[in-house]
Design a protein around this ligand. Sequence first.
Ligand code: 3BY
Ligand code: FES
Ligand code: FE
Length: 418
Amino acid sequence: MSEVQLKTLGELVESREPGCGLPGEVFIRPDIFETDVDIFFYKHWIMVGVTADVPEAGDISVVDVGRASVIIVRDDDERIRAYRNVCRHRGARLKEVGKSTVGMIVCPYHQWTYDLDGSLHHTKHMGKDFDATCRNLRPVHLKVVGTHVFVCFADEPPADIAKLEETMAPRFAPYDLQNTKIAFESEIVENGNWKLVMENNRECYHCEAGHPELTLSFLPESTGASADDMDEAGRQALDAYNKLNADSQENWEREGYICSAVEELSGDVATHFRTQRLVIATHGESQTMDTKVACKKLLGNLTRRDLGDTHMWSHNSWCHVMSDHAMITYIVPLTPETTLVRTKWLVHPDAVEGVDYDVQKLTEVWVATNAQDASLVAINHRGAQDPGYIPGPYSPTTETYVVQWVDWYAGRLKAHGI
Ligand code: 3BY
Ligand code: FES
Ligand code: FE
């Protein structure tokens, strides 16, 4: 009996037609999933939370990523640290996924006890020669950018996160994002491979039909449609949009709010990101149903409501930061066919629910958008598994960031010898 030889991931990625999607196999094969997690989630910087997950000393947030798990903790000096969630005795998981508050980290198995700075503080029965100083929790590399918590499990994390840090720090600064609270968070398990979740996020081809709430705050012409595809009215609207954007950006820049697009999306860079400040439609304030702020108390010490939308993409996250709130999402692959999508809505820490903001109004656009994307990802995943699927061409105008996303994926595989 002859065995069917499976193509390698490298071969499958290379086999794609120029300008077309990846073959369906890369979205379900367990061996490819393992490789993806190993390269894209263990060897690159990934976003795993926000500083408001651990607002006080002793607060802990645990996030599982593949077989790895990270404990994010705010220590007694208010510093945020990250450790492998593995006991230095016989490896028991120290803390379950989610948030808790502790004085020390105590292993549930034989009660080895660690300080919040990771040092092994107390053990029983280990003999007088036991050197506790060699058994501290293993640190995980951590960077806080704005409020985003990035970690990297690799021994030597990619150094090019410096570009993301230096780009984003001054853009996020006016919002004082470390001084925020979580007004609401949501967790969705999407029925699709993580790469399809990311592809979906990198295009707005589906927005007009798929996101009636989100598009209220998007100028339709901002979604990447090309003038070639428009009628005269469309072209006029595009010109008006371009002018509004240019005028707003000039005005914002004059006041020190950085607007320009920065993209580090090529396969040569390990830390993939994009940012830009964009105009919000109609009232220009926030991604809400009426495009006005959902929270009366603005972030930081802001007084202007019309600061547009500063977005940032990384390879496992996206966010929209506006004058009154920030909406921040990150993803974690769970299985080849499922992906966890976590979203947090941040507001000023002194904002009072029911007085300054209403959770429903604050969240309705992105709650709806996330649910819509979940079903789009699910049908994409299912159809791409059909033996009859032949990947078709991406739009050269509205899907250029998907093309770049797939090229980045291919480039990083190559960089890791795949
Ligand atoms: O983050 C965004 O705005 C995503 C949602 C849908 C399309 N898009 C660019
Ligand atoms: Fe943690 Fe034994 S495994 S104390
Ligand atoms: Fe979408």
